[in-house]
Design a protein around this ligand. Structure first.
Ligand code: NDP
Length: 508
């Protein structure tokens, strides 16, 4: 295989700022009731840079007792000072937090790169473009959350002598469990709507990437947000996560992660019937019609799959291309895959980083082996690279069949599965595009407005983009159909799971 760029990680080129070094070295504890406290177990979890495999920090391993304390703090805060703060002031506090993130943008971006491995440009884009805007977006909603008045006369009341109104009340204590693939943004995506609606939060970051959430905790502590409103318990899913999802005093779990764990969370919620929203996996189709503008569709398809090294639930990992343009599209995507500059995200010219962990690299490599065993054609990639760091080359399989496991299962790595389609009707193409247990995202590439909208309607996913992939904006609702999840995040709809409606009827 002819890689255009040679992989070269020269760790000597990496320089970490003194501020980041000093934060990483500090004693990372749990944020409970406005104070940093040690975990009751005294155990620590090491945190590694996935590009160098060097230990960056160690954080506390929270357990049942710590979750109990954090939930108690969140419960107390829910009915304490926080409940008396006006919606205007809640908005101000969210905006203040956004200001503080902007003021610490460089440090947060650097830490996100070190912790997750993403390229610097992506960390900067995600923090400025998503994190800050999400906080400001939900800040602006805080004053606009209200119920209705309903013109009925219940209980035989005379018309005009009764009124019914609804109030939107905070759902209560929210347990937020987040993954490692975009750690800071997922923390903000849970905290922003929760605080806008007046809820309180216990956040459990992923054990692999807790650093920016802890730094965010420091900003929250100094922001004026009352103590106990946001509590952060680092720890393992099996201990801290399970304690949170089973907790009888938690009213809602907001989860992003794997479908497998999502199902466990549903089971855990049965005890007190807590509400659950789930943003789970995806195996998203990218459908390219023969009239597509290939200048846009080719880079669009490459980015759709390889963004965040494919460790992205919205990744467009199944590429369906009309047979007339199949070869030029595959050639073009291959050229782009081979042109990524791979290495440590702190080197600004690198645009493709490592996978998050050795486990994830092994998992991805096992799917790459499986694809070859299943008879798919390996067009490029298929190998790990470097002696240090969990790097896997962007990989393309061609002539993938719909019944292959690589076409059905979420790989969560840089592996694109391409297949041509003929002149079938749109329903047949959609049937192939929908032939997975997931339904999160998808995209359609064509100049034909009718095909574009018909196909968008036929794709069974929470989000379909036309001539772009995975359009993300704080105002655009996002979430999955089928086994990609329950509920929506972002946008006005993203507030609903944090609210409960109370109807009050008055007879005069
Ligand atoms: P998980 O779903 O295991 O982890 C997501 C979060 O859930 C983490 O904070 C994790 O904790 C926590 N968790 C794990 N087990 C439990 C549990 N029993 N109860 C409560 N919380 C729990 O994802 P992985 O990190 O293991 O990744 C595995 C696969 O999941 C990926 O390969 C990918 O397919 C998918 N995934 C999807 C994501 C998405 O955005 N939709 C994001 C990440 C992964 P901890 O990590 O600390 O153990």
């Amino acid at each position: 295989m002819n890689q255009k760029k040679v992989f070269m990680t020269n760790n000597k080129q990496i320089s970490i700022s003194e501020e980041v070094k000093s934060f990483l070295k500090s004693d990372h504890q749990l944020l409970i009731d406005g104070k940093w406290v040690s975990s009751s177990s005294g155990e620590k979890i090491p945190v590694f840079d996935p590009a160098t495999e060097e230990q960056l920090a160690e954080v506390d391993s929270g357990n049942q007792a710590d979750i109990d304390a954090a939930v108690a703090a969140a419960r107390k805060a829910l009915t304490g000072e926080w409940s008396r703060i006006t919606s205007h002031d809640r908005a101000q506090l969210l905006n203040k937090l956004a200001d503080d993130i902007e003021a610490n943008f460089a440090v947060l971006s650097e830490m996100e790169v070190l912790d997750n491995g993403m390229p610097m440009a992506l960390a900067q884009y995600s923090i400025a473009g998503h994190g800050v805007t999400l906080l400001r977006y939900y800040a602006s909603w805080a004053t606009k959350i209200h119920g209705d008045t309903i013109p009925v006369s219940p209980g035989g009341a005379v018309n005009g002598e009764s009124i019914t109104y609804t109030r939107k009340e905070p759902i209560g204590v929210v347990g937020a469990i987040i993954p490692w693939n975009s750690p800071l943004i997922f923390a903000i995506l849970k905290i922003a709507p929760a605080l806008a609606t007046g809820c309180t939060v216990v956040l459990k970051p992923a054990e692999l990437t807790p650093i920016t959430a802890l730094y965010l905790g420091g900003l929250i502590q100094k922001s004026g947000i009352p103590k106990g409103v946001v509590n952060i318990v680092t720890g393992y899913g099996e201990t801290a996560g399970t304690a949170l999802t089973h907790h009888d005093d938690v009213d809602k779990i907001a989860f992003t992660g794997s479908t497998e764990v999502g199902k466990k969370i549903v089971e855990a919620s049965v005890g007190n019937l807590k509400k659950v929203t789930l943003e789970l996996g995806g195996k998203n189709p990218v459908v390219v019609f023969p009239d597509a503008d290939l200048e846009k569709a080719i880079p669009g398809a490459a980015r759709a799959c390889f963004f965040l090294q494919g460790q992205n639930c919205m990744a467009g990992t199944r590429l369906f291309v009309h047979q007339d343009i199949y070869q030029p599209v595959i050639d073009g995507v291959k050229e782009m895959a081979e042109a990524f500059t791979i290495g440590h995200g702190l080197i600004p010219t690198n645009d493709f980083g490592p996978l998050i962990s050795e486990t994830q690299r092994e998992r991805v490599m096992s799917y790459i082996q499986l694809g070859q065993d299943e008879g798919a054609e390996l067009v490029t990639g298929g190998e790990t690279i470097g002696d240090k760091g969990f790097f896997v080359k962007p990989t393309i399989f061609s002539n993938v069949k719909g019944d292959m496991k690589i076409a059905k299962e979420e790989i969560f790595g840089p592996v694109l599965c391409a297949q041509p389609f003929e002149n079938e009707d749109l329903e047949t193409i959609a049937h192939q595009a929908n032939d997975t247990s997931y339904g999160l995202s998808g995209s359609v590439w064509t100049q034909d407005i009718s095909i574009a909208h018909k196909m968008a309607m036929l794709i069974d996913a929470g989000q379909v983009s036309i001539n772009c992939h995975a359009a993300v904006d704080p105002a655009i609702p996002f979430g999955g159909n089928k086994q990609s999840g329950w509920g929506r995040e972002f946008g006005k709809e993203g507030l609903e799971p944090y609210l409960k409606t109370k109807a009050t009827s008055v007879v005069f």
